[in-house]
Ligand binder design. Structure first.
Ligand code: ZN
Length: 446
């Protein structure tokens, strides 16, 4: 940077990202912004946030060690490396972020949490900042929150119509035949333990219910902010103030409530209470849990210590969602798989002549790599889609849930009863060219 005159204000260097300090009073925010604009740390700060926004990233992770700063950005659930920084530039950058968030730049040990905003053109992100000392230095995570959600419509999530029909039926909303409605029972909403998307699928699942016809109450703890849906009342329960979730649900019995929602099922007592509401009071109940698939969700609930017969009697189904990345429509590559391969994948060879894979760049005769695809920046994927699995509890499955603990046997029975496995549902996405076999395998492993 030796050709830049010393008089250029640091803020005029680097990409056109604008930071706003938002956590304090107006004068303090302004003072923080002015201080940051005058620091050379603003340049790498703008650079890293710029790369994250342009690359459609959701989170930035920075690891500070004696050697330097290693950074990554999470795009569609996959971490990707960003250019490394030397420690001195990294420290100045970190001081800028902490100043913007009204945190203490000198404290490199204690956990600090704060926020600020970053804007690049029309793209505005709320930046949720967390830092904490580690054995080798310090770790920083900046979560970039966009105002508009990742999924603009329900069909964007990828749930197939037949599954929507079953879901609506077990959640009390049958479009054609009111006699087929199931207006009591427990519905479980689940996502993988390490995967994202639980609040998205919960939101979807709640919007698909008949919340305008019946009275819904959602029980949340103060740290949650899951449910903000028209016609669903939210009851905030603070266990620190001596009132348990189970007791609050019991107290709610006095009101005329048809449907109980508990997006974060914490303990056996709450689950027992909810089973009672279903089995004795004929209420409907929605809960959410982290699990690898529908059967795992049921076994996880049973593992809380609730009586298996109580749970089996109450539960009507599990809607499980796992996210996988969508192939980039601009550069995905078709290939003709041989019929044996298609058969191995469990797909009908007569219907599947073409599959798609991620774009594989090939250098030209002079060894020059092609320009990366502008739609996906050379990643081969843009956005994500949900693989939905709906486990409807039929009578044989209900019986088995009381005694059987072997997940493999329960899964086999579930498929025999007509439920599709996550893998089968995922293969449908592969057959349609929405994702690749490799990506499905990656998503299944998470
Ligand atoms: Zn592309």
């Amino acid at each position: 940077m030796s050709n830049i005159p010393d008089t250029t204000p640091p803020n005029e260097l680097g990409p056109p990202v604008e930071f706003k300090s938002t956590a304090g009073e107006q004068p303090a925010n302004q003072a923080a912004e002015i201080q940051c604009r005058q620091s050379m740390g603003i340049v790498p700060a703008k650079q890293i946030v710029y790369e994250a926004i342009v690359g459609r990233g959701d989170r930035i992770l920075m690891d500070f060690t004696a050697q330097g700063v290693a950074s990554q950005v999470e795009v569609d659930g996959v971490w990707q490396a960003l250019p490394a920084l030397d420690r001195q530039s990294g420290d100045m950058m970190l001081a800028v972020f902490k100043t913007l968030a009204h945190l203490n730049p000198q404290d490199r040990v204690n956990q600090q949490v704060g926020e600020f905003t970053a804007a690049f053109g029309k793209e505005v992100r709320k930046c949720h900042f967390t830092s904490a000392g580690t054995q080798t230095g310090e770790r920083v995570i900046i979560k970039l929150i966009s105002k508009k959600g990742k999924f603009d419509s329900l069909s964007d999530l990828g749930i197939r119509d037949p599954l929507v029909d079953v879901y609506k039926r077990i959640s009390g909303r049958h479009e054609d035949d009111k006699n087929k409605q199931v207006t009591s029972g427990m519905v479980v909403i689940a996502t993988p333990p390490s995967g994202g998307g639980l609040s998205t699928v919960w939101d979807y699942a709640m919007r698909a219910t008949d919340r305008f016809m019946r009275d819904f109450v959602c029980f949340e703890t103060p740290d949650m902010n899951e449910t903000d849906i028209e016609n669903i009342l939210v009851d905030v329960v603070d266990p620190d103030k001596g009132k348990s979730l189970a007791a609050s649900i019991e107290a709610a019995d006095l009101r005329q409530i048809d449907v109980y929602l508990v997006p974060q099922l914490a303990d056996k007592a709450t689950l027992e209470r909810l089973c009672y509401e279903v089995n004795t009071e004929s209420k409907q109940v929605f809960v959410s849990v982290r699990a690898t698939d529908g059967i795992d969700a049921l076994l996880t609930l049973r593992g809380s210590g609730v009586a298996p017969d109580m749970l089996s009697q109450a539960v009507n189904g599990v809607l499980h969602m796992r996210l996988c990345r969508r192939l980039c429509e601009n550069c995905k590559q078709p290939f003709q798989p041989n019929p044996q391969y298609v058969q191995q994948l469990g797909l009908p060879p007569s219907h599947v002549q073409v599959l798609y894979q991620q774009y594989q760049p090939v250098p030209d005769e002079e060894g020059v790599m092609p320009e990366p695809c502008p739609a996906c920046l050379g990643r081969g994927f843009v956005g994500r889609i949900g693989i939905f699995e709906l486990t409807e509890i039929t009578e044989p499955l209900r019986q088995a849930l009381m005694t059987e603990s072997d997940p493999a046997k329960l899964r086999q029975l579930s498929v025999e009863q007509g439920n599709q496995s996550t893998l089968t549902e995922g293969m449908l996405l592969v057959a349609q060219g929405i994702t690749s076999v490799q990506e499905l395998q990656r998503a299944m492993g998470s």
